[in-house]
Design a protein around this ligand. Sequence first.
Ligand SMILES: [Fe+2]
Length: 337
Amino acid sequence: MTARMLFSVAAAALFAGQAYADGELNLYSSRHYDTDERLYSDFEDATGITINRIEGKADELIARMEAEGENSPADILLTVDTSRLERAKDAGVLQPIQSDVLEARIPSYLQDSDNEWFGFSQRARILFYDKNDVTDPPRTYQDLADPKYAGMICIRSGTNVYSQTILSALIEHLGVDAAKAWAEGVVANFARDPQGGDTDQLRGIVSGECDIAMSNTYYFGRALRKNVDGLSDSVDMVGWVFPNQDTIGAHMNLSGGGVAKNAPNKDNAILFMEYLASDQAQEYFSAGNDEYPAVPGVALSPSVAQLGMFKPDDVNLSDVAKNVPEAQKIFNEVGWK
Ligand SMILES: [Fe+2]
């Protein structure tokens, strides 16, 4: 039985009583992963609903939904990073929804407390190091500020949402003063000024530009699964650490979405959200983009499983996202460009 047939059976079960929904779904998405194509085509095949996609940067899509107002054709906003989902909520472009399926399948710490957004996949932001040079790698985020790692760290810009959200989580756990002291210590340990994406931080270890890097897990998982230039050929020299396993756990972020405030196809929008929480879609988030499913118990793909099990930080991500303005302020004050 092929995956598509399996999904159809699951979809049929999920959409029992609705032989074939009709109409369409207008999806505003800032997920930047080609592998999502399959997510959309499987849904269309199973339901007969046509997905019309508008893709762009999250803040541009949010501004567009605001500008479109009541006439906005948007049904769903799909994006990565909690801080962006919170920005959409704060902008008033989402609406709370009721769904027993989402309530049952998405853990509460991965959903907005007012049901305006739900997380559908997770990613851990962890530490990587050069196994040839580093015999005593950092075991906690706090360790990154230890002067013994002076000149050794590649890390992303303070303007990047992944950086902002992890500092926001440290503010939530440690308080503003300790988080700022941490950021100062990390800046002192930079191997170079922040530049590039997560994959470039990992490439920095391979090229010898630095010995330690921070990245989301799926960028490394991807290099284990398929060829990533400047990384896959040398993955054997790269070690990884899930930080803070004895305390708060490894920082988790998510990719998720919400139903638009003026969704013209609200029922189809909720159906799509419930589909993203289905076993089939959840397994695909892992297999297609090396992410962790949001639904507990869903099988991990081999590249994700290869990273090993770990203790995730289950701090409420809605609370974390509220610290982003403070995090931006700290990055500016300590010169974390
Ligand atoms: Fe990403």
